[in-house]
Design a protein around this ligand. Structure first.
Ligand SMILES: O=P(O)(O)OC[C@@H](O)[C@@H](O)c1c[nH]c2ccccc12
Length: 228
């Protein structure tokens, strides 16, 4: 059962707000779970002080499953973000029914339909993370009522085969008004990356670096507690 919505948890967080992604597979690095139990990693993320959990349900490129997402929402009290390439309102309804807290909406995919999808998700009680990768996309995102804007440091059009660079967050975040919770997504691997991201954004979303670590919980704890 979810206690706080994701955007509120970020706003009220006393430590560095990190959304920890349970990323089982990436197009660039392949299998990230390596036989480990995802629920054990979930417990470690909780203990380390994650502000929320992110999970990619896309089966094709990220080997995710909606069934697992439903289980995840039941298993944790942290707000859960559903990441996928959402193109229908039915998927928004399913996310809310499953007990999700927030949904990712990608500007490049939804374009003109974005404001309407944001409103629909909010009517269903979901926080919205509208993802942008360019200044032009940010212009569209700013016309919506989204609770959060995510700057994806990686180019999703390249299916994550690029490394991503926090300098995109540094460039775009200052152009976003304070009414939006700002999230820096992707390519954050070191304390220095995190310091740069959180200087201008309210939260960081980290997947690959945590999953590649021998002990994802220990690495997350250093990120959450770092004096930046
Ligand atoms: O693994 P990283 O580089 O820490 O990135 C996590 C997250 O930002 C990334 O998985 C992501 C951001 N937007 C997406 C859209 C679809 C799939 C995946 C994503």
């Amino acid at each position: 059962m979810m206690v706080f919505g994701l955007s509120r948890a970020i706003r009220t967080s006393k430590k560095n707000a990190i959304i920890a992604e349970l990323k089982v597979y990436s197009p660039k690095y392949g299998d990230l779970l390596r036989g480990r139990d995802p629920f054990e990693i979930l417990r470690k993320y909780e203990e380390a002080g994650a502000v929320g959990i992110s999970y990619i349900t896309d089966p094709k490129y990220f080997k995710g499953s909606f069934e697992f997402f439903k289980k995840l929402c039941r298993e944790t009290e942290l707000p859960v973000l559903r990441k996928d390439f959402i193109t229908t309102k039915e998927e928004i309804e399913k996310t809310a029914e499953a007990g999700g807290s927030a949904i990712l909406l990608i500007t490049r995919i939804l374009r003109d339909r974005l404001p309407e999808f944001v409103d629909y998700a909010k009517e269903h009680g979901l926080d919205t993370l509208v993802e942008v990768h360019t200044e032009e996309e940010l212009g569209i995102a700013l016309t919506t009522n989204s609770t959060m804007i995510g700057i994806n440091n990686r180019d999703i059009g390249k299916l994550e085969l690029d490394d991503g660079n926090v300098s995109l967050t540094e460039r775009l975040a200052p152009k976003i008004p304070r009414k939006f919770v700002k999230v820096s997504e992707s390519g954050i691997a070191t304390i220095e990356d995190l310091r740069r991201a959180l200087k201008v954004a309210d939260a960081a979303l980290i997947g690959t670096a945590l999953m590649k670590a021998e002990d994802p919980g220990a690495l997350l704890k250093t990120f959450v507690e770092a004096d930046l």
